[in-house]
Design a binder for this molecule. Structure first.
Ligand code: URA
Length: 239
C-alpha cells in the first residue's frame, strides 16, 4: 500500500506536491469516490482518476550517463543551465540518483523508479562509489591514513573508506588519488580532501557498484539491462 499522492506522482502525472493539491481540491477519484484526505493509502489495484484522466502506472526507465563537465545534476535549473535530464531523450519524469557537482564528470544513474534510487543511495546497500581526484600538491601517507579512518565533516564522522594513491606528478605538483565511499554527502569528496589540506582540481566518478562508463563518451548514455536492474534490487535486503 502506498500514499495516494505518491502513487499519482509515480504514475508520472505530476509532482507529489501538485498531487497533494489536486487531492485536497477534490480532483481525485478512487473507485469513483472523491478522496480529499492526504494520508489515503492505495494498493494500485483501484481505479484512480485525476482531473478526469484514468491513471496508469508509468513504465520504469533506468539510464547510465557519462556526465560531462558543466552540466547541473538536477531536473530543472532556475539559472537555465543545462541539466543532466535534458541530455536524455525520454518523455518519462526521470531524475538523477544522487548528485555530482557541476564540474564533476563520470557515472551518473537516472531513473523514475524511487525504490531503485533508494536502494542505490542507502549507505547500508554498501554500493561502492569510486572517485578519481586530481589534487593540487603531493599527498602524503599521513593524509591518506586520516582519510581512510573517516574524516569528520560538519560534526559527523564519514565512514572509513578505501584510498589509494594512483599517481604523483612532481613536475606539475599534482597527485591522482582513488577514493571509494558508500555515502553521498554534499560535496563529500572535495570536502574530505580539503579537510586534510588538499584542493581537488578535477573529480571523476569512475564507478558506482557494477556501473562504469566503459563504451560511453562524455555526454553519452545507455539504458540499463534488465539483469543490471535486477542486481540492484537484489541488494534490497541489505538496506
Ligand atoms: N563529492 C564531491 O565533492 N563532488 C561530487 O561531485 C561528488 C562527490
Amino acid at each position: 500500500m502506498e500514499r495516494l499522492q505518491k502513487f499519482i506522482a509515480e504514475s508520472g502525472y505530476c509532482s507529489r506536491r501538485k498531487a497533494e493539491e489536486l487531492i485536497t481540491q477534490g480532483k481525485v477519484l478512487v473507485n469513483n469516490q472523491i478522496v480529499t484526505t492526504l494520508g489515503t493509502k492505495v494498493s494500485g489495484k483501484e481505479e484512480i482518476v485525476v482531473e478526469g484522466k484514468l491513471l496508469t502506472k508509468e513504465e520504469k526507465e533506468y539510464y547510465l550517463l557519462n556526465k560531462p563537465r558543466g552540466v547541473i545534476t538536477s531536473v530543472s535549473d532556475d539559472k537555465s543551465r543545462k541539466t543532466v535530464v535534458s541530455l536524455i531523450d525520454t518523455d518519462k519524469r526521470i531524475y538523477p540518483i544522487g548528485r555530482l557537482d557541476y564540474d564533476t564528470t563520470g557515472v551518473l544513474l537516472l531513473t523514475n523508479d524511487g525504490e531503485f534510487a533508494n536502494i542505490l543511495m542507502h549507505p547500508n546497500s554498501k554500493v561502492d562509489k569510486v572517485y578519481i581526484a586530481k589534487l593540487k600538491g603531493i599527498i602524503n601517507g599521513e593524509a591518506i591514513t586520516k582519510l581512510k579512518n573517516g574524516i569528520e565533516l560538519d560534526g559527523r564522522r564519514c565512514e572509513k573508506c578505501r584510498v589509494k594513491l594512483r599517481k604523483k606528478d612532481l613536475k606539475n605538483n599534482t597527485s591522482t588519488v582513488e577514493i571509494v565511499i558508500h555515502e553521498g554527502r554534499n560535496h563529500q569528496v572535495k570536502r574530505m580532501f580539503e579537510a586534510v589540506g588538499f584542493e581537488v582540481l578535477k573529480l571523476k566518478r569512475e564507478r558506482v557498484g557494477i556501473f562504469t562508463v566503459t563504451g560511453l563518451n562524455s555526454g553519452e548514455y545507455r539504458k540499463l539491462s534488465p539483469k543490471e536492474v535486477a542486481i540492484i534490487f537484489s541488494l534490497k535486503n541489505n538496506k
